[in-house]
Design a binder for this molecule. Sequence first.
Ligand SMILES: [Zn+2]
Length: 466
Amino acid sequence: MRTLIANGTVVTADGSWPADVLVDGETIAQLGADLAANGVTADQTIDASGKYVIPGAIDVHTHMELPFGGTFAKDTFETGTRAAAFGGTTTIVDFAVQSKGHSLREGLDAWNAKAEGNACVDYGFHMIMSDVTDESLAEMDQLVAEGIPDFKLFTAYPGVFYSDDAAIFRAMRRTRDNGGLIMMHAENGPAIDIVAADLVAQGKTDPYYHGVARYPVFEGEATNRVIRLAEAADVPVYIVHLSVIDALEAIREARDRGAMAYAETCPQYLFLSLDDLGNGFDGSKFVCSPPLREKNPNWEELWSGLKKNDLQVVSTDHCPFDFHGQKELGRGDFRKIPNGLPGVEDRVDLLHHGGVVGGKISKERWVEIIATEPAKLFGMYPRKGAIAVGADADLVVYDPNRKRTISAGSHHMDVDYSCYEGWEVQGGSDVVLSRGAVVVQDGEFRGRKGHGRFLKRGPAEYARMG
Ligand SMILES: [Zn+2]
């Protein structure tokens, strides 16, 4: 099957130019001007006049079916990857979870069972390590060899995912030898728990106090600490969902002194704020960790961080819980509200709207932070995140002028609300291809469950080169 995407503007991290793209089977076969006029034939032609042609976006932070707080994140690999495809995202990297007292392998097997045969686009796994032992350290080497080279540890959630400094340092030292990458959820969980308990004891139980309890300095402190530990181990470290200037300053200083420190932020920290948590129990829709922050100065600082490459990636931390029946578990105690927001479908458009249309980043930088840098940092480049001959034909024909209104009534994520209900955004994915197959076109899903394959990824070499 040969598909010609004609008359579009190819937009990559390196630049933009008018070009046709020929897809043959699952990969990109040719790039150039006026391919049809030059004798190139195809089984189907997609007219991209007036549109961008961008590499399929990559979301390296999702939690499909994550168990949390006595319930499960609602999207399955099927519904979550279908929603991702509608939003122009053709690869996700989800987090398999090692539970305390269990092996990494058991966690990985459980996530394979959730994903295999169900995903609509390609997927990889990172591994959450909740129990650093001699055995799990040895297992890390095997996982790197199997294409699961990243391990996420937490300084938050004591008693659940939390690792102390010794465990973090041991895991980091292991990646020095096996080529893996440590990802860190950096908030000081033990300190947060003390503040949270105080607030609840004072009767301050509304969702708003979830945001109050998790001080910005707790994120700044933990971010600095884990970067320093990574420097001591002489390994790269990747900070997930950086939300606030205190942590951004730690990243900036680290990078200035030459540390192999990287970070992502998420749309919720660029577009939503502590105010959204404040509307009585409705605020539970916006409970995630780190929490939403004060708008000023954080939004501008995070955009600046993206522009200056202190932040390299925007991912979603997609972890949807229904308001009815799930978020409601935390009525009367914000500590019991399942943490997480839906977002996998909206990231590409929100960043186009707020970033490119909003004049904060170029369209090339937009492609870089949603596709190319994630591919490089997480061992998928140039197979993913690039428009180049031989790369997987994960492509999006993107209309930079289309306007749509975000709503739970029309989104494809399996969750009963949207954090951006009623927002009008400019830009949308018209046609989405995953390895050469059209999976979304004209607002219709044309893919199939099971099309998505496990993506074996390489070790974190790019993160070591800086
Ligand atoms: Zn997460």
